[in-house]
Each structure stands twice: as structure tokens, then as C-alpha cells.
Design a binder for this molecule. Structure first.
Ligand SMILES: Nc1nc2c(ncn2[C@@H]2O[C@H](COP(=O)(O)OP(=O)(O)OP(=O)(O)O)[C@@H](O)[C@H]2O)c(=O)[nH]1
Ligand SMILES: [Mg+2]
Length: 367
């Protein structure tokens, strides 16, 4: 299908995944030279990770994006040691990495309750400062949100990523027959009968040249950096963005997706990956699937048939290939099972490695 008039000009949505804020530690309190009294220390500014918070909320509540901690109390006769200024706590969502304005990494906040000190308060006036207070630390910090999910959906626009998410989870993402329906990452949760929950991030579709900022997928690739696994979703009937672009087969879309991941960051394509081949209800889907399976099993036999520019440096070895139809429900249960199995297997592997490492440390410390 060719996509002529695309409502691409819709608003980008109200999702924010980065924010710059100004932080200032409180000034210290005045000392009391005559009595040797020390002023209180200025308050500190902390970033605190909280669940169910968005960067958008932080921005809306503090449009000035300035966070200043309280000043320390002056030393006085009734209180020679001045009290510390009040700390300022900035609530931020989980998955934030914090960098200074010159690009230095300050830290990461991935679990609820984790906190990072971003501006220390100045010390109060005392003997060494000649009883004069010091100013608090001032800086502009950059908050960069990367979603934390177990599985990240990767696919071309219109492959049916959102449709699949709505089938496997309780999420209700927007679904439509034009590309770039999904404009911002969305999280869904798959619930398993044993109450285990798996989070899945639905991302805007990638297109050829995404790494060079084509389309909007690239901006969102950072969100798959922290997912444990990838779920590629391809349309078995292939993809064509517009009458001006080439038609790509399902196999070609997989090559292109791999290439986009490689070009964005090497590590991305090495994540464990599953492949959901969607729209199996379409006519001739079975023949196309047979062909695709052959191509994926022996990619070297098929690569000479595709344009050179499409060939990635590495061919992803999918842990499972699951034919599905978000429309008829075919393969949906199997897909859920495969996602679960794959995550459990990787967790098991990690655990084994952790145990081995622990044993190794024990053995070397005994020597
Ligand atoms: N025939 C058929 N159509 C499907 C199937 N799954 C999704 N579609 C249709 O494909 C179109 C795109 O579906 P979406 O779920 O919005 O696709 P997406 O990958 O999220 O697209 P973007 O958000 O634009 O990247 C919609 O018209 C869906 O109804 C399927 O299994 N079979
Ligand atoms: Mg979508």
C-alpha cells in the first residue's frame, strides 16, 4: 500500500524525554564573629526518583525550571549554631540519566527512592570564612529519560506494533492505517497467570535513514537502550512509505531495522531478539512467511538479491520467529509465551553468571 497524504503534521504530543533545569544550593547563614557562632549550611538540591511521575509534570509544575534550596540560618545569640537551610527535592521519573551542561555524567536514577545530589549548599560563616557565608553550588543539569521496560517493540511504521501491544497487554495505544500513528513511547504490561508482569514499550516506527534523523524513530531509539530484549514486528506484506520510496519486503525491513540499530549503537543489535511476523491473515501470507523463514535461515543465499546499502554488518539471530495476526488473534498466546520464556532464560543465564562470578571472587579471596 502507498501512503499518499499522511497526517504527519499532527502535534508531536505532550511527551517529554529530556529537560534542562537550573539548580542552586542555598547560601550559608552569617556567622557571629564576636561570639564565634557559625551560620547554618545552605540546603542542598536533590533529584529523587519517583514512580508515576513524568518529566512533563515536573516541567508543568515548575515552568521556570529553577530549583533553589533554602539559605542557612544566621548565627544569633539564642542559636549560635545556625540551622541548616531546607533541602530542595525535585521528583523525577525512573530511568533518568543526569549530565552536567558540559556533558559529564553525574549519575542515573533507575529505582524508586534513589537520589542524586546536584547542588550542594554553601557553608555558613565560620572562623575559616571570616564568619562570612559561602554561596551554594549552581549548575544547569540535563535530565535525559530512557524508558525502562523488559521488551522494546522495534518495527517500521504500520507494522502493527501498537495493535499487537493492545492484544498482549491491557494498554490501549492508538492504532490507525497510516504511518507514524504512535508519536511517543507508550508502556504496556503483559499479565501472566502466575501474576508475573512484563513491561513492553511501544515506540514510534523507524524508517530507512532513521539514524540520520529521518522520520521520528531515531529520537526514540534511546528508549530501547535499557530494554532487556527486543521484539521486532514486521508486516508480512512488506512496507512502502510513499510513492516516492521503494517497496521493501519483510526480509528487507528486517535488514534495514538491524542496520538502523547498528548505526545508532552497536550494543543494540546484540540484545536478545524475537521476531513477530504480523498480518498473517492477509492473502498469500503463508507463502511469504515460508520465503522469509528460508531467507532468515540462510541469509547469505538471499543477500546477493538485495541492494548493497540495505545489508547490515551483522544479521540478527532471532531466538524465535512467531507468525501472528493482531486482527484474528492467531499466534498471540504463543507470542506471550515466547516473550516470557525468553526473559526467563536470560534471567537464568544472568543468575548463573552472577553465581559463577561470586564463586570466583570467593575462590580468589581464599588463596
Ligand atoms: N490485516 C491486518 N492488519 C493489521 C494487523 N495488525 C495491525 N493491522 C493494521 O495495520 C495498521 C497499522 O497498525 P498499528 O498498530 O497502528 O501499527 P504501528 O506499527 O503501531 O504503526 P506506527 O505507530 O505508525 O509505527 C492499522 O490499520 C491496523 O489495523 C493484522 O494482524 N492484520
Ligand atoms: Mg503504533
Amino acid at each position: 500500500m502507498v501512503w499518499g497524504s499522511r497526517p504527519l503534521l499532527r502535534k508531536y504530543g505532550n511527551f517529554i524525554d529530556d529537560l534542562r533545569i537550573y539548580v542552586k544550593g542555598g547560601t550559608g547563614g552569617m556567622g557571629y564573629p564576636r561570639l564565634g557562632g557559625e551560620g547554618g549550611r545552605g540546603g542542598d538540591v536533590w533529584l529523587v526518583a519517583k514512580e508515576k511521575i513524568t518529566l512533563k509534570r515536573t516541567k508543568d509544575r515548575f515552568p521556570q525550571k529553577r530549583f533553589v534550596a533554602g539559605a542557612g540560618a544566621n548565627s544569633s545569640v539564642p542559636a549560635l549554631k545556625g540551622e541548616k537551610g531546607t533541602d530542595c527535592e525535585v521528583d523525577v521519573p525512573l530511568g533518568i540519566s543526569v549530565t552536567s551542561c558540559d556533558g559529564k555524567q553525574i549519575g542515573e536514577l533507575n529505582k524508586a527512592g534513589e537520589r542524586i545530589l546536584v547542588a550542594r549548599g554553601g557553608i555558613g560563616g565560620c572562623l575559616v570564612t571570616n564568619f562570612l557565608p559561602l554561596k551554594g553550588q549552581i549548575q544547569t543539569v540535563h535530565l535525559d529519560l530512557k524508558l525502562i521496560a523488559d521488551v522494546g517493540l522495534v518495527g517500521f511504521p504500520n507494522a502493527g506494533k501498537s495493535s499487537l501491544l493492545s492484544k498482549i497487554s491491557l494498554a490501549k495505544p492508538q492504532i490507525a492505517d497510516y504511518p507514524f500513528t504512535t508519536l511517543k513511547p507508550e508502556l504496556g504490561k503483559i499479565m501472566y497467570p502466575d501474576y508475573k508482569q512484563v513491561s513492553v514499550a511501544d515506540l514510534p516506527g523507524l524508517i530507512e535513514g532513521a539514524h540520520a534523523n529521518k522520520g521520528m524513530g531515531h529520537k526514540f531509539l534511546k528508549h530501547v537502550e535499557r530494554t532487556k530484549q527486543l521484539l521486532f514486528v514486521v508486516d508480512i506484506s512488506g512496507f512502502r512509505l510513499s510513492s516516492k520510496t521503494r517497496f521493501r519486503t519483510a526480509f528487507e525491513t528486517i535488514l534495514l531495522l538491524t542496520q538502523e540499530l547498528e548505526l545508532y549503537k552497536e550494543e543494540l543489535w546484540t540484545k536478545p531478539a524475537l521476531l513477530a511476523v504480523n498480518k498473517m491473515d492477509l492473502p498469500n501470507a503463508q507463502e511469504s512467511l515460508n520465503e522469509l523463514t528460508k531467507q532468515l535461515q540462510n541469509p547469505q543465499d538471499s543477500l546477493h538479491l538485495v541492494e548493497k546499502e540495505l545489508i547490515p554488518q551483522n544479521i540478527i539471530n532471532f531466538k524465535d520467529i512467531i507468525p501472528v495476526s493482531a486482527h484474528t488473534g492467531e499466534g498471540i498466546e504463543e507470542l506471550k509465551t515466547c516473550i516470557r520464556q525468553s526473559l526467563d532464560e536470560e534471567a537464568e543465564k544472568e543468575n548463573e553468571e552472577y553465581q559463577k562470578e561470586k564463586l570466583r571472587i570467593l575462590q580468589t579471596s581464599e588463596v
